[in-house]
Ligand binder design. Structure first.
Ligand code: ZN
Ligand code: ZN
Length: 502
């Protein structure tokens, strides 16, 4: 086997002249050895054989070495360095933009540079939207310009905008219960939803469905309090939905502070008038690309463990947290393994998805599923994605049988305490859009995203604050060590993980 020891690896591309990608640290061997005690088996492990649990423990020395290389060795800080260069050079990467396609070229070149097998792109069809002029002005009771971000695919307002008195509610229930006779007052007006972030799954329905629920009660546009847990007057954006049986009305998000201001004024009986201009445009369908590369398995190369993230982002900030870091970690996992000369039995397949954000379903993953359904169903042990933030990673949020959860939990214990003080596996998987969700639903193959500090993630998510400045190198290193360790052990284990019933 070709050794990658003691050589410095550089990425070259049309934009990046020289990016340090890692230096091998080849102290000692990298074969499974004897593991130590790692806590108590849970009830989930009832049907897992003792021999498999002991097999997992024998990976302890390898996980220690992966952790050492990434947290204290030559890969320390490399993920942050690569991520900052990625987002600084390409910027935000909205589906249909030139910057996204250039970033995908870079991902492909990097896969080839790393030496992944069969590195290639596959076409994906997706809609293209262009954000036009947007503004929101309060004209009564006094003039105030309000930061606004249209949701996509919002319909346009007329060029001069919509000028209307507003009605403010806190929830869909206010409409259902006709709170304060809201239904008689909302017709022909702009409806503002000032709904606090209660939980991620419920709160996002105000971004997704406000235009539908608003149109049902006769509103002419909806303004939504940003889907965020904290704000420094930063509006957020994202994807919204229409339904065939309700007229499409314009919809946009404003910062928490402004939503609360409008709510307070309204509750005091103040008349409030807003002028909303949204000139976003759909400009047809485009072709974008998923990017795929393999660290080919040594003895069962036609079985896979997936490591993934998505290249596209919203057109605000840098898309560092969502999901530039997922791109970089999907490249670095096989790079670290190659550098350490750790070639597992199965193939570790990196896929950098495209067009995750722009539609109700993640289009890159959905179209990959349509084209590779049999392989995904029959040949994959696990789907892993980094698309849930990096802050204070503690383990995984996963979907899988008790047996699969036990195996993942036992593998994560190998990270304690040198990589993560105390690991955990969280279920159920949230009903939120992620690339691996349609894959898991269609195939029954278990999968996971990182379990991180989600509250902090939503400070930045889909806003101008999503820049590499929000991240820190150590958090990224921990995520990389987790994903590399897990991918290696899963790809090298004697068994594939059991599937769920679908
Ligand atoms: Zn997103
Ligand atoms: Zn994402």
């Amino acid at each position: 086997m070709k050794s990658f020891c003691n050589r410095i690896r550089f990425i070259s591309s049309f934009l990046l002249s020289a990016t340090l990608f890692g230096v091998a640290n080849c102290q000692g061997g990298f074969q499974p050895g004897n593991g130590g005690e790692n806590g108590q088996q849970s009830q989930l492990c009832t049907n897992v054989s003792q021999s498999l649990l002991e097999e997992i423990k024998r990976y302890q020395p390898i996980v220690n070495q992966i952790g050492q290389l990434i947290l204290n060795g030559t890969y320390k800080g490399i993920a942050y360095k690569n991520l900052s260069e990625f987002v600084d050079n390409f910027g935000s990467r909205l589906t249909g933009s030139e910057s996204l396609e250039k970033s995908i070229d870079h991902v492909l070149n990097t896969m080839k540079f790393i030496g992944l097998d069969d590195a290639h792109c596959e076409d994906v069809t997706a809609p293209k939207w262009v954000r036009g002029y947007e503004s929101l002005t309060m004209t009564v009771p006094y003039k105030k310009n309000i930061q606004v971000l249209g949701l996509l695919p919002t319909v346009q307002t007329p060029e001069e905008g919509i000028t209307s008195e507003i009605v403010v509610v806190e929830s869909y229930r206010d409409l259902q219960e006709n709170k304060n006779d809201v239904l008689s007052r909302v017709k022909g007006k702009i409806l503002v939803f000032n709904h606090p972030f209660d939980d991620a799954v419920n709160a996002v329905t105000y971004r997704h469905r406000s235009a539908i629920e608003g149109a049902k009660v006769g509103a002419i546009a909806t303004i939504v309090r940003s889907y965020a847990t904290f704000s420094l007057s930063t509006p957020h954006t994202g994807e919204m939905h229409y339904e065939d049986d309700t007229p499409p009305i314009p919809s946009a998000e404003i910062a928490i502070e402004d939503a609360e201001l409008l709510g307070r004024l309204y509750d005091r009986g103040q008349k409030i008038v807003l002028n909303l201009i949204l000139r976003n445009q759909r400009v047809g369908n485009i072709t974008t690309r998923n990017t795929i590369g393999d660290l080919k398995g040594s003895s069962i190369p036609d079985e896979y463990v997936l490591v993934s993230g998505h290249a596209d982002s919203w057109d605000v900030g840098q898309g560092a947290l969502d999901d530039g870091y997922g791109v970089i970690l999907s490249l670095l996992v096989p790079d670290v393994l190659k550098t350490m000369n750790l070639i597992p039995k199965r193939t570790v397949r990196s896929i950098v998805w495209t067009a995750e954000e722009i539609s109700k379903v993640p289009l890159g993953a959905q179209q990959y599923l349509e084209q590779h359904g049999d392989e995904l169903r029959n040949k994959y042990s696990f789907f892993l994605e980094a698309d849930s933030g990096i802050f204070n990673a503690r383990g995984l949020i996963m979907n899988g049988t008790d047996e699969a959860q036990c195996i993942i939990s036992e593998i994560l214990k190998l990270l304690e305490p040198h990589i993560i003080e105390k690991t955990r596996v969280v279920t159920p998987f949230p009903d939120l859009k992620t690339d691996i969700v349609p894959l898991m639903r269609a195939t029954g193959v278990p999968g996971a995203i990182l379990d991180t500090d989600g509250e902090k993630y939503f400070w930045y998510h889909h806003s101008n604050a999503d820049t590499v400045t929000a991240l820190n190198p150590n958090d990224l290193d921990v995520c990389l060590a987790l994903m590399t360790s897990l991918s290696y052990v899963l790809a090298d284990l004697s068994i594939m993980l059991p599937k769920m019933v679908v």
